[in-house]
Design a protein around this ligand. Structure first.
Ligand SMILES: [Zn+2]
Length: 174
């Protein structure tokens, strides 16, 4: 299975056809997409003005990848720390994780899942992801408002009416 960094290298490879490079960026989203595949793609395409005819501006793909990678770095660090913690707990005979976080079971995916691909936070991805990670570190689960924007009606709606994020993850709205 091709990894995120391998796809990322191909997105930046100017010897490749721009259409192929765009496909590789979409492949990256199968590995890491904080809002889910469609909403994350929509965010990147709007923010970095990825044109329909990609040959007109292939460098937009690299700008989008830069943002995606910056958001992925702290999640990776968190996953590595969590794996180490789990190994320690297992060695001590505790089979059930003491601090289960959604992204551990989702494989770093759908961290701030947005069911409507056109409704997602407008801020930079690293900022939003950082806020979600921080909120989950502070409290055990997504209660007391939207993890991203703080909207308090979140528990009522499950999907935040303000920023579009389902703070409880994809599973909470299915
Ligand atoms: Zn919100």
């Amino acid at each position: 299975m091709t990894s995120f960094p391998a796809y990322a290298r191909q997105v930046r490879d100017e010897s490749l056809d721009p259409v192929q490079r765009r496909m590789r960026l979409r492949n990256c989203l199968y590995r890491f997409a904080p809002y889910g595949f469609n909403a994350t793609w929509h965010h990147l395409a709007i923010t970095h003005r990825i044109p329909g005819r990609i040959a007109a501006d292939p460098s937009s793909l690299v700008r989008a990848l830069d943002e995606l990678e910056a958001a992925r770095a702290p999640v990776l660090a968190r996953s590595v720390a969590f794996a180490a913690e789990r190994r320690l707990q297992k060695r001590e005979g505790r089979r059930v994780p003491q601090t289960p976080h959604p992204w551990d079971s989702w494989g770093c995916h759908n961290l701030a899942y947005c069911p409507d691909p056109r409704k997602h936070p407008a801020e930079p991805l690293p900022l939003v992801v950082g806020r979600v990670l921080e909120a989950y570190t502070r409290r055990a689960g997504p209660d007391g408002g939207c993890l991203v924007c703080g909207e308090e009606d979140w528990t009522l709606w499950r999907v935040c009416q303000n920023c579009g994020v389902a703070s409880g993850g994809r599973g909470s709205i299915l």
